[in-house]
Design a protein around this ligand. Structure first.
Ligand code: PLP
Length: 388
């Protein structure tokens, strides 16, 4: 079947671009001498995780335990679960999973670490553990330096845990206003991590992994001496946030939402069948906004996060003067711009490049792989809905 024959809305992925994105990050990590452990919450799709491993990834990272369970069942045996695993019910599941695969966990509190250790020790297990360090995002994690050392001194005593590293999500890079600032923020986060690792080692704690994770920061932090691992996720697909940060080019968007124009009610307005339930609701950190008027093309190029995605023709041309907005309805997407009636008629299909690929992909049961405009494969997004 050809791409344009697919029913919509549909999540499609260009297999050549996907492969190129996967390979180039793997090659980069290899050349930089760091391990690559992709964050798979971006795609939640075991088939894509396998492609990443085949390209040279050392293992994967998942956000949630249930995602890890799906990936393990699909044959992936080296998994870092980065969200804290709290409560006996989840810890029991973690221990069962750790019997079947090489699992790493993250902790940022003594209480949680003690509970996991107690239950793991009870089953005769020792679980590889990384301290969660907050390098500025102000989410979870202890601050670098002394607070990290204080926690490490407690965790290292616990018989059911094997404290072997530190990790961070340097998500503050998403707040960078330009490339220079992005470089500065990522480098600072990496240096904080390396210095913290050294402090812990000076105190007799054997820190082997110094792991940082984000797509915008990956290629910057990898070059800081002492960093051992990078964990980007969004790089597999890319999106308008990454483009806005200068992290990817127009040719690097792998995942799009195929949508049909269902109405062209005005010269400057067309409606498609991909609303917030199909295109994704929002950006992750930019706080995308919808301006009242279509901004000039050049302004749009400078800030492609205006609106909630870019519109691309099936031939691959980005329509920079058309703003996409999925906030107008769960089941309706708005395309706005002076040329709407000129460009679109009812029944036409276009592609939406999402503003934040992770949020969009999560909405679909399957992703349709396209090569040369033909459907080649359909992969289930098996960890979709796995949020526990
Ligand atoms: C803990 C953690 N590591 C890695 C990543 C991957 O970052 P990115 O989405 O920039 O690729 C994320 C993304 O949210 C994350 O939360």
């Amino acid at each position: 079947m050809r791409k344009e024959e697919l029913d919509t809305p549909a999540l499609i992925v260009d297999l050549d671009i996907l492969k190129r994105n996967i390979t180039s990050m793997a090659d980069f990590a290899r050349a930089a001498g760091v391990k690559l452990r992709p964050m798979t919450k971006t795609h939640k799709c075991p088939a894509i995780a396998h492609l990443q491993l085949e390209a040279g990834a050392a293992g994967i990272q998942v956000a949630k335990l249930s995602e890890g369970e799906v990936m393990e069942a699909a044959g992936i045996k080296d998994i870092f679960i980065s969200n804290q695993i709290v409560g006996a019910q989840k810890i029991e599941r973690l221990i069962r999973l750790a019997r079947r695969a090489k699992i790493r966990i993250a902790v940022d509190s003594v209480e949680n670490a003690r509970e996991i250790s107690r239950l793991a020790e009870g089953k005769g297990m020792k679980i590889d553990t990384l301290l969660d360090i907050d390098t500025g995002i102000k989410r979870t994690g202890v601050p670098p330096g002394e607070p990290a050392l204080e926690l490490a001194k407690e965790v290292v005593k616990l018989p059911g845990l094997n404290l072997m590293g530190i990790y961070t999500h340097e998500g503050i890079v998403y707040r960078a206003k330009n490339k220079e600032e992005l470089h500065e923020i990522a480098t600072r986060a990496a240096r904080d991590m390396v210095e913290t690792a050294e402090l812990l080692r000076d105190n007799g704690i054997d820190i082997r992994e110094v792991s940082l994770g984000s797509t915008p920061g990956a290629k910057i932090v990898a070059k800081v001496k002492g960093v051992t691992e990078i964990r980007p996720g969004a790089y597999v697909f890319n999106d308008t946030q990454q483009y806005g940060l200068g992290v990817c080019a127009e040719k690097d968007f792998a995942a799009t939402v195929l949508t049909t124009i269902i109405s062209v009610p005005a010269n400057d307005r067309a409606i498609c069948d991909a609303g917030s339930k199909a295109a994704g609701p929002d950006s992750c950190t930019f706080g995308a906004f919808t301006p009242p008027n279509t901004p000039p093309v050049e302004a749009r190029r400078k800030d492609p996060t205006t609106g909630l995605g870019l519109v691309r023709t099936l031939d691959g041309e980005i329509l920079w003067d058309i703003v996409f907005d999925s906030k107008i309805g769960e089941e309706y997407g708005l395309l706005r711009g002076e040329r709407c009636r000129e460009l679109f008629k009812v029944g036409d299909k276009v592609e939406i490049i999402p503003i934040h690929c992770c949020g969009t992909v999560f909405l679909y049961d399957e992703v349709i792989g396209i090569r040369d405009n033909e459907v080649e494969v359909i992969w289930p997004i098996s960890a979709r809905g796995k949020i526990s």
